[in-house]
Structure formats: structure tokens, C-alpha cells
Design a protein around this ligand. Structure first.
Ligand code: MC0
Length: 142
């Protein structure tokens, strides 16, 4: 069901500062930057590698307001890994299969994610303390 690690989401206070750190320390390149009002974040995807099932990224996340998922996370735990995003071929089918196993779905239906993806989150308390995101990448036109 899971096809790859799509991205690791990292919460930070200052997006520009962290982008500069990942660029200068690891030589990563920014693939996209977006503001996602619905999710309450300003974020950047830095490309890590390409594999047979698609690409993987580091996602840097700065909250738009303190009262957002990432804002609350930063206040409680400080900067660090916020979630892991796994690639799936069909996020609706994956949600149905995972929900049937008793894992709480934070999204009953997919929402808009970075780079045109369809995404959905699973409750961290049901996944061993890890906020888990399912990512169906946007289909590229050929
Ligand atoms: C909260 N908890 C976490 C956590 N956030 N555990 C692991 N990883 C996280 N990121 C834990 C808290 O420590 C707490 O445990 C319990 O969950 C309840 O947390 P809370 O602080 O009271 O906050 P809630 O319940 O209001 O919300 C937590 C929840 C929420 C995970 C349900 O943040 C959520 O719905 N997240 C999904 C959406 C999201 O994160 N969006 C931002 C990224 P204790 O033991 O202290 O009770 S958007 C994104 O990434 C998009 C743009 C993309 O990838 O394309």
C-alpha cells in the first residue's frame, strides 16, 4: 500500500533560516514553496532523491498562526520532526483500508497538499506517536 517515503515534515520557527541551513549543509534544492491556509502553514519542499515510485523531499513547515497544528506542536515540543508522509497510489482507497483496521482518520476525505497532491492524516496516537500523512502525488500530464 505504501510506495515510498514522500517526505519528512519538519516544524520550524523561521522557514527562510531553515531553508538556508538545508541548502548550505546538505546541498538540497527547493522544489516548491506554498502557503496552505487550510493547514495553517507556510512550507517548502526540498528535493532529496528520485526513486522508481517517485520523488522524496524534506518539507519545512512554519506556522501561519500559533493556533494551528504546527503552531501548537512548536509551543509544546519545539522544533523537530512533525510528521512522516508516505506515498500511496490511491489515497481514498488507502484511507478506507486503514480506517477499517481501527486507526483514527483525521481526514475522512483527502485534502489539498503540497505540489498538487491529495493528502490525508492519521491520528498520531494510533500510529505509535507518529503523525502520519498519506500522499497521492499529482498525476503529471504526458
Ligand atoms: C500533536 N500530537 C502529536 C503531534 N501533534 N504527536 C506526534 N506528532 C505530532 N505532530 C499529540 C500531542 O502531543 C498530544 O498528546 C495529542 O497529540 C493531542 O495534541 P494537541 O496538541 O492537543 O493538539 P490537537 O489534538 O488539537 O491536534 C493534534 C492533531 C492535529 C494531530 C490531531 O495537529 C492535526 O489534525 N494534524 C493534522 C494536520 C496537520 O498537522 N497539518 C499541518 C501540516 P498528549 O500525550 O500530550 O495528549 S500540513 C502539511 O504537511 C501539508 C501542507 C502537506 O504535507 O502537503
Amino acid at each position: 500500500m505504501l510506495t515510498r517515503i514522500d517526505h519528512v515534515g519538519i516544524a520550524c520557527h523561521d522557514l527562510e533560516e531553515k531553508i538556508a541551513f538545508y541548502e548550505s549543509t546538505f546541498g538540497l534544492i527547493v522544489a516548491s514553496r506554498e502557503v496552505n491556509e487550510e493547514q495553517g502553514v507556510k512550507e517548502a519542499m526540498l528535493h532529496v532523491a528520485d526513486g522508481p515510485a517517485g520523488s522524496s523531499y524534506v518539507q519545512l513547515l512554519e506556522p501561519l498562526h500559533p493556533d494551528t497544528p504546527v503552531g501548537k506542536f512548536l509551543a509544546k515540543r519545539g522544533e523537530g520532526v512533525h510528521h512522516v508522509g508516505y506515498g500511496v497510489d490511491d489515497v481514498t482507497a488507502a484511507l478506507e483500508a486503514i480506517g477499517a483496521k481501527g486507526v483514527r482518520l483525521l481526514d475522512e476525505r483527502p485534502r489539498h497538499g503540497s505540489m498538487g497532491a491529495s493528502i490525508a492524516f492519521l491520528h498520531p496516537k494510533d500510529v505509535g506517536g507518529v503523525l502520519t500523512e498519506l500522499v497521492q502525488a499529482r498525476r503529471l500530464e504526458h
